[in-house]
Design a binder for this molecule. Structure first.
Ligand code: MZP
Length: 498
């Protein structure tokens, strides 16, 4: 056997040491733009993100709503592949058809929700009108609208169901995606509306245009609401049915694919990547690997980015079940070293995604400093309104459901494929809850400010600069204790805060 000299380490064992912060190095000037597909020296990547965030290829995380919400913030979702080809392609179509540029109420409300839910929504996103759709998603079929007035009328019964008093569609005045912004604005004022629902041919809600949208975009009053740029959307694929899945996803508009496997250092994975590279022009990432050999093997097959991480995911029990894996930081450091050598010798840059195991926001900054170009997260996104799972109340707390792709609930055995028969006899993931955290944008804004601020501490205004300049130290077990509040008696308010 081969023995590694160093123990395998995870993010919490490291800290960043500040560099000189110059006066012009301010969080507001930091750029988090990052490549996610390979490119030659001196050229630019075909796919880039404004923020280095990808949501995990998981049923409990990445559907079309998450894809839209995350793309609106500048990141990308890889829509889960553990569903039929048709339904995955439909999710991609929905996300791609959703046009950018206008504020849309991410209502997450169905007729079964209560008046109190409408009020909560209003407090969170400031909109005075909520759209009610059949499945509680912004892209679902529009059933009605609830306004602030409705809430005032029924103020005394916050438990009343929304369905009882919403203004039902089709009596609502609505626009079609072909009208211009100024036409929408006129309809809003002529009909004394707070907002105008915009529906597509199948009566699915595409936008809510608010009065304030016109003010924000009035420099383009003639702009059509169906002509804005569509968002970048990714999709997960597996090494079993790629010959049917890949063409359907590409046809639906997927911008980038990712072969999703718990262990990507396999001939199955290489064959899948080679198939995609030889049949279509869409970039494809591969993984997961945890060492130099795995990285080079997938790059040789043609991978456009490589995903790193085995066993570190919050819902993952692979290490307990099979005893394979590697601490996320050690895995990343080795793969980045191989990537940098590969770049130096070939002039081809392969972006690296650090996947799983992000617990604190600073872990993201560390992953970037260690050389990752973007991170993939499951638990982080599962906590938000926009994730596809149920929000439940347990005791005094709200939680959201979150389950692993290797759990019996997901039945994504293709992710753990070792050939042979289709199913596995043991699980590699758990079914769990995560604390509900509110809207994606609110939480993400906080996380992004922490990252930008830390980058300034490190004297870096871009991710590339951070990767080059970062000084990273291993922490001892004793100095870990020093890192939190210690030797004081915390007040109640500090115990509940972040
Ligand atoms: P985390 O952000 O929740 O810590 O980790 C998310 C990652 O865990 C996913 O992107 C995926 O690589 C991995 N995952 C998903 N399901 C399982 C499982 O059931 C798993 N074991 O390990």
């Amino acid at each position: 056997a081969h023995y590694y000299n160093e123990p395998s380490r995870t993010f919490s064992e490291y800290l960043l040491v500040p560099n000189l912060t110059t006066k012009d190095c301010m969080p507001s000037k930091v750029s988090l733009r990052t490549p996610i597909s390979k490119f030659k020296r001196g050229e630019r990547a075909k796919v880039e993100l404004n923020i280095p965030f990808a949501s995990a290829v998981m049923q409990a995380v990445s559907d079309h709503n998450m894809a839209v919400a995350l793309a609106q913030c500048g990141g990308i979702s890889f829509i889960f592949g553990s569903q039929s080809v048709e339904s995955q392609a439909e999710m991609i179509r929905k996300a791609k058809n959703y046009k950018s540029g206008f504020v849309v109420s991410r209502s997450n409300l169905t007729p079964e929700h209560t008046l109190q839910d409408v009020l909560d929504l209003r407090e969170r996103n400031g909109h005075s009108t909520a759209a009610i759709t059949d499945d509680g998603t912004p892209t679902g079929k529009l059933l009605g609208i609830v306004t602030s007035r409705d809430y005032r009328v029924s103020r005394d019964s916050p438990d009343k169901k929304v369905g009882e008093f919403m203004t039902p569609f089709p009596s609502i005045i609505h626009g079609h995606a072909g009208i211009t912004l100024s036409e929408a604005n006129n309809m809003i004022w002529d009909n004394k509306l707070n907002c105008l629902p915009i529906v597509d041919d199948r009566q699915n809600l595409v936008h809510l245009v608010f009065r304030k949208d016109y003010d924000r975009h009035k420099e383009n009053p003639g702009e059509l609401l169906d002509t804005n740029k569509s968002y970048i959307v990714g999709a997960g694929i597996n090494s079993r049915d790629y010959e049917t899945r890949v063409p359907a996803l590409v046809e639906a508009g997927a911008d980038i694919l990712c072969v999703d496997s718990s262990d990507g250092y396999s001939e199955w994975q290489s064959e899948t990547v080679r198939y995609v590279k030889s049949t279509c022009d869409v970039p494809v990432g591969a993984g997961n690997v945890v060492d130099r050999e795995g990285f080079l093997y997938l790059v040789e097959a043609g991978a456009d980015f490589v995903k790193v991480g085995i066993g570190g995911g919050s819902i993952c029990i692979t290490r307990e079940q099979k005893g394979i894996g590697r601490g996320q930081a050690s895995a990343l450091i080795e793969v980045v070293e191989a990537r940098d050598e590969y770049y130096a010798s070939t002039g081809i840059y392969i972006p690296i995604c650090s996947d799983g195991g992000i617990v604190h926001d600073y872990h993201i900054t560390l992953a970037l400093a260690m050389g990752a170009d973007f991170v993939m997260m499951g638990r982080y996104f599962a906590r938000f309104d926009e994730s596809p799972t149920k929000k439940l109340r347990i005791g005094n707390n709200y939680v959201k459901e979150f389950w692993g792709e290797g759990s019996n609930r997901a039945r994504n055995w293709e992710r753990y494929d070792m050939g042979g028969k289709q199913s596995l006899v043991f699980e590699e993931g758990v079914d769990s809850y995560v604390p509900y955290a509110g809207s994606l944008r609110e939480n993400m804004d906080k996380t992004l400010s922490k990252i930008k601020s830390t980058m300034c501490n490190c004297g870096s205004m871009t991710i590339a600069e951070l990767q080059q300049k970062a000084r990273i130290t291993v922490v001892s077990a004793t100095s870990l204790v020093e890192g939190g509040a210690h030797d004081v008696i915390l007040k109640e308010s500090s115990l509940s805060g972040e």
